[in-house]
Design a protein around this ligand. Structure first.
Ligand code: IMP
Length: 482
């Protein structure tokens, strides 16, 4: 807190801007001792920070200078989601990265992901619809990527009724699919591609049928959700198999071993963009239980998905995306930083804070420095990309949490709901700006002084450099420090 007092004084009294109004002095994509032209983008809070947009920008930057780029995703599955606007069509992507629309992208769904074949085919079809019947990118599914099936969704639906922990999940069967790995019986993409695929999938169905029987449910009759939120019943073993069979011809051309290919590109010169899903605050280890997901949302997930090939320390720019002036989340967690209801509703409406995957209204929180500092420490990223800088109102100061106290003593953030209910947030109000008027600004030095001061305060408090920021929803509304 003393540090923050001194930082506040330097920025708001002495007007030190810590370089926020000028480009970075050294190239973030070419740092000494790092693999040149490699970046990783991760969620720095509770998800939905705008990672897809930042990833697209970085991919495009590399494509201006190189003939191809590897775009790699290592975690999550259909629980993620972002929308890409192509002409007048909105393309909702969940398991496939937005790089799919770029013909020079090698787009890899990595080993660490859990993929739903039927939803994957739906996404492929919707990409084809906007891309003249083709998949522009070189789309590759790692043969070792794990399957998340209707059986997992049914099991999760049953857990939602019985157990509090699953209540907030997206219902996409993510945790049960990852649990299959822990239980040592995952089905993988290569099992689906194999000639004798029916036998292991029948065995899998029967296992889940027995598990559901334990809940007093008939697996065949349990309703599960598809990407469009349409419920379908899992059906008999025959239905289960025939639905999967119809995905095989479409998916098999994309399923292949990935490790050798990755090895060649990583030790070559092709730029790499690693796009993580979800966020550090949803990681099983670093999030607030029960609102956590089952995958590794940190940079170490890249290490394990690439079988140790890519060490996070060797990636040139590791960048966390956060919403600049507030934080949003979905779930049951109660944060000390919960925002007052009226301002939260205003922000929810102005920033369309409703889930892409589930349509749920998101909770809105004040920017919480103890929380973000904790995630910065465990996440180990180097750069920051604040989005939604236009969600700011000239007559409403930006209130941020600067510390927590318990029994009048300053205490740190800890990812423990009971503990978080006992701490008292201490706030600071920082001068705001007019979000509308900054939407057309393209040069850093043209940002209002209060915006630059705010960015300086947040980035210095988190001890990271700024890489990019967004001032509006459109692609050109992006500021860059490189
Ligand atoms: P699951 O990933 O479906 O198991 O859901 C576990 C928790 O993570 C729930 O609180 C979800 O709302 C949250 N979650 C999962 N994916 C996302 C995401 O992409 N953005 C925000 N929250 C997510």
């Amino acid at each position: 807190m003393t540090d923050l007092n001194s930082l506040y004084h330097q920025i708001y009294k002495q007007n030190r801007l810590f370089g926020t109004n000028q480009k970075l002095k050294s190239n973030p994509f070419y740092r000494s001792g790092k693999r040149p032209n490699s970046v990783a983008v991760l969620g720095g809070a509770f998800g939905d920070e705008g990672k897809g947009r930042i990833t697209d920008e970085l991919t495009n930057r590399f494509l201006h200078r190189h003939s191809q780029v590897v775009h790699y995703r290592d975690n999550g599955g259909a629980n993620a989601g972002h929308t890409v606007v192509v002409g007048n069509t909105k393309l909702a992507l969940h398991q496939i990265g937005a790089g799919v629309l770029q013909d020079k992208t090698i787009l890899i769904s990595g080993k660490g992901m859990v993929l739903h074949p039927i939803d994957f085919v739906t996404e492929i079809e919707s990409v084809k619809k906007v891309a003249q019947g083709k998949i522009p990118a070189n789309l590759i599914i790692d043969e070792l990527a794990v399957l998340s099936l209707d059986t997992h969704r049914a099991f999760e639906a049953a857990l939602k009724v019985k157990a509090q922990g699953s209540l907030g999940s997206t219902g996409r069967g993510i945790a049960p699919a990852y649990a299959d790995i822990i239980y040592r019986h995952p089905l993988r993409m290569r099992d689906l591609a194999s000639r004798n695929w029916r036998q292991p999938f029948t065995k899998h169905y029967l296992l889940y049928q027995d598990l559901l029987k334990g809940f007093g449910l008939k697996l065949a009759q349990v309703a599960v959700l598809r990407l469009n939120q349409e419920p379908v019943t899992v059906g008999s073993p025959d239905t289960f198999l025939s639905r999967l069979e119809s995905t095989r011809n479409i998916l098999i051309p994309f399923i292949q071993p990935v490790h050798q290919l990755l090895h060649e590109h990583w030790h070559g010169t092709t730029p790499f963009v690693f796009e993580k899903a979800q966020a550090l605050g949803l990681d099983t280890r670093w999030g607030v239980y029960p609102d956590v997901t089952a995958s590794d949302c940190s940079l170490t997930g890249i290490h394990s998905s690439t079988e140790g090939l890519v060490q996070p320390d060797h990636i040139s720019a590791t960048v966390a995306v956060i919403k600049a002036t507030y934080t949003s989340s979905v779930g049951k967690r109660v944060m000390p930083s919960n925002m007052n209801i009226r301002l939260a509703q205003k922000i929810r409406d102005d920033a369309h804070e409703y889930g892409t995957t589930t349509g749920r209204p998101r909770d809105i929180h004040y920017i919480d420095l103890p929380f973000l500092t904790f995630l910065r420490r465990v996440g180990g990223y180097q750069y920051l990309a604040p989005t939604h800088l236009d969600i700011a109102y000239p007559n409403i100061p930006i209130k941020i949490v600067v510390s927590y106290t318990k029994n009048n003593q300053e205490v740190p953030y800890r990812p423990d709901q009971r503990y978080l209910l006992q701490v008292k947030p201490q706030f600071l109000e920082l001068p705001s700006w007019d979000g509308h008027t900054i939407q057309n600004i393209t040069k850093l030095e043209k940002l209002p002084k209060t915006t630059l001061q705010y960015l300086a305060f947040i980035s210095q408090a988190l001890k990271v450099k700024l890489l990019m920021a967004t001032v509006g929803p459109k692609r050109h509304q992006t500021l860059k420090w490189f």
